[in-house]
Design a protein around this ligand. Sequence first.
Ligand SMILES: Nc1ncnc2c1ncn2[C@@H]1O[C@H](COP(=O)(O)OP(=O)(O)OP(=O)(O)O)[C@@H](O)[C@H]1O
Ligand SMILES: [Mg+2]
Length: 350
Amino acid sequence: MFLSRRNKSTVGLDLGSSSIKLVKLDHNKSGYSVSAIGIRELPPEAIVADEIRDREAVIFNVQSLVEQTDPKIRDVVVSISGHGVITDKFTIDRKTGPEAEQAILFETEQRAPFDVDDVSLDYHIIKEDEDVNKMDVLLVAARKEYLRSYLELIEDCGLRPAVVDDDAFAVYNAYEGNYEIDPTRVTALVNIGFDVTNVTYLHEGLFMATRDVSAGTRGIFDAVQKEFRLNPELASKAMKGEMVDSIDQDMFKATITSASDELISGVELAFSYFRSQTKVEQIDWIVLSGGGALVPYLPEFLQSKINIPLELANPLRNIDYDPELFQYLQPEKIAPLLTVPVGLAMRKTK
Ligand SMILES: Nc1ncnc2c1ncn2[C@@H]1O[C@H](COP(=O)(O)OP(=O)(O)OP(=O)(O)O)[C@@H](O)[C@H]1O
Ligand SMILES: [Mg+2]
């Protein structure tokens, strides 16, 4: 008798306010490979920031996406972000298992703004220092009410939430799994979504801090829609750079740059806050991800305003894939958009 050893696989499901992304990764001995991938755009008002406004539309689109990509999918790793989530980092004595959990809970109770009765906690140990017997813990706390309704939504889609993570940590995970991190360079991972931009800092090769900016590409989308009198479908095509022949490109560029002010000042403010709160004097490098990295003219404009070298994230850099799986999408082109779902799918689940 032959026993076939099934590869372990994990599905990352990213419910964004602009689109739902799904990536299934097989965890092989030699690394990861993509076994399913899909993106489905949502009506612009179905999810606004972290508020689900049209539950039916979300459920319908998640179910359709699963149906199209791999109907057998049940367990998914999901992420939450926005006002429902708080992250914090602290250092405690090294411990493992239940002892670690006790110590983390105790530490959390000491810290404002946490009321442990109102939040569900998850944590990541981001650094262990054997010499001084300490470990750095990143705490992810979600308001219980918010988490419960989110989990219910995933279950109503016919899925099982195996792990709940947050967007910023998924971005970090995707970066760490695909790049050799240069410890001499302070890097900012900037993930521009539709309503939220997550900024995560790496210092000495490790996760240092994260902060959400409450702005994304929605302002640009609205401006494009208004300026060129487009319906949402066409405006979203324009945002993907698919209307090059039908709209005036100079005007398009001018619209994008003037509408990206709020987003760019949000990122600048986050950077200066980070510098003022830490001993870090300069940010050396930006790695840009999320759909914002694909919006025409936006990365160049961001770089020219902020004046820090920038590259686009490629969360598929170390991952095997068959381009056929991507159907009409070009993997190298849309890779930055997949940063969160890839980071989620890189997590091990039981
Ligand atoms: N090929 C593409 N597919 C989907 N969206 C794209 C594409 N290219 C550019 N975009 C743009 O990306 C932006 C949305 O980015 P993203 O998908 O990262 O946001 P989101 O995850 O849905 O939102 P949030 O994280 O704020 O909830 C939109 O403005 C969209 O027009
Ligand atoms: Mg997103």
